[in-house]
Design a protein around this ligand. Structure first.
Ligand SMILES: NC(=O)c1ccc[n+]([C@@H]2O[C@H](COP(=O)([O-])OP(=O)(O)OC[C@H]3O[C@@H](n4cnc5c(N)ncnc54)[C@H](OP(=O)(O)O)[C@@H]3O)[C@@H](O)[C@H]2O)c1
Length: 290
């Protein structure tokens, strides 16, 4: 499982483990281009010019087939890419999960996934508990992993109780948990739990969907380091050992978000940002999901 940046492996600047924007459904859902959208130009630019090799998407975002086109156009070889996609809850269950994975591969134009994630802990299957459906689903994920269709498998938005149940019900420990992580939301207990079980913690919404960029402390740190607020947030995630996936639809911002390997935040400044945690979610909150 070497290709996804692990907290103990230094990030290097030639292969950025960052992220393209892919949430076209969020555009439709929220009706504002600020919140999402898909830009073919930006994805091709990220691959060809910025050297980005980590693509994080999901069936839910509705752009797997667009990405297939952008990847082909970029000329970057499949084996040089890290492609993550996610299983949406309408496809949970043993047979559906396997089928959905193959369909995502088809949409993305690939024969295997580097990482496949169970998107959300709530299953919403009438007559079955979430725990039961998550376990059935995870057994299919294990099979996809054993067959080599998914080089690694993981979960997203899972809290400690969800992970503890999965441990009792299934065999393979998730390789990754992708969870909201930004200056206002730093779930340290979950980070430490994941580390203790060798589950890589991947943080999403590292800019708090842009909300963190206007915080006075972030602006002050940006001035101090001669960097932008987005670069300060991304660097902070990296220095906390978090694999992070900032998103932008704009080529110049994608480039900016990559330029985070030529400076370090002093420990005191990391602590200032650590202290901004107030627990708010800018995405969804899995706490009520049993
Ligand atoms: N697993 C999950 O349940 C889950 C949930 C939510 C998100 N995610 C993943 O995490 C990714 C990132 O999350 P996110 O997009 O919600 O939030 P984000 O990365 O924290 O913020 C994205 C927002 O910041 C803006 N932005 C990006 N770079 C910027 C820069 N350098 N300067 C100023 N503004 C900048 C973007 O606008 P422009 O596009 O206009 O630049 C966009 O509005 C998503 O694409 C998604 O794949 C996963």
């Amino acid at each position: 499982y070497p290709s996804l940046t692990h907290p103990s492996v230094p990030l290097n600047s030639s292969t950025h483990h960052l992220h393209f924007c892919c949430d076209i459904t969020f555009l439709c859902f929220l009706g504002t281009s600020h919140q999402g959208g898909y830009s073919h130009e930006a994805v091709v630019y990220a691959l060809q010019v910025c050297g980005i090799r980590h693509i994080d998407t999901a069936k839910r975002y509705g752009c797997e087939s667009f990405l297939s086109k952008a990847i082909k156009e970029s000329g970057v070889k499949r084996e040089d890419l890290w492609i993550t996609t996610k299983l949406w809850h309408s496809d949970y269950g043993y047979e559906n999960t396997k089928q959905a994975c193959l369909e995502s591969c088809k949409q993305l134009g690939v024969e295997y996934l580097d990482l496949y994630l169970v998107h959300w802990p709530d299953a919403q299957v009438p007559g079955k508990s979430n725990r039961e459906v998550r376990a059935e689903t995870w057994r299919a994920m294990e099979e996809l992993y054993e067959r080599g269709i998914c080089r690694s498998i993981g979960v997203s938005n899972f809290l400690i109780n969800h992970l503890e149940q999965l441990k009792e019900d299934c065999q393979i420990t998730p390789h990754v948990n992708q969870v909201e992580y930004h200056p206002f939301h730093r779930p340290q207990e979950l980070v430490e739990y994941c580390r203790s079980r060798n589950i890589i913690f991947e943080g999403y919404c590292p800019l708090a969907k842009g909300e963190a960029l206007s915080h006075p402390d972030i602006i002050q740190l940006a001035k101090k380091y001669g960097k932008t607020p987005a670069q300060i947030c991304i660097r902070w995630s990296i220095q906390n050992g978090i694999v992070t996936i900032p998103k932008s639809t704009k080529p110049e911002r994608i480039q900016e978000n990559c330029e985070v390997f030529d400076f370090s935040l002093a420990e005191d400044d990391v602590s200032i940002i650590n202290g901004m945690h107030d627990g708010r979610h800018v995405s969804w909150d899995p706490t009520p999901v049993v």
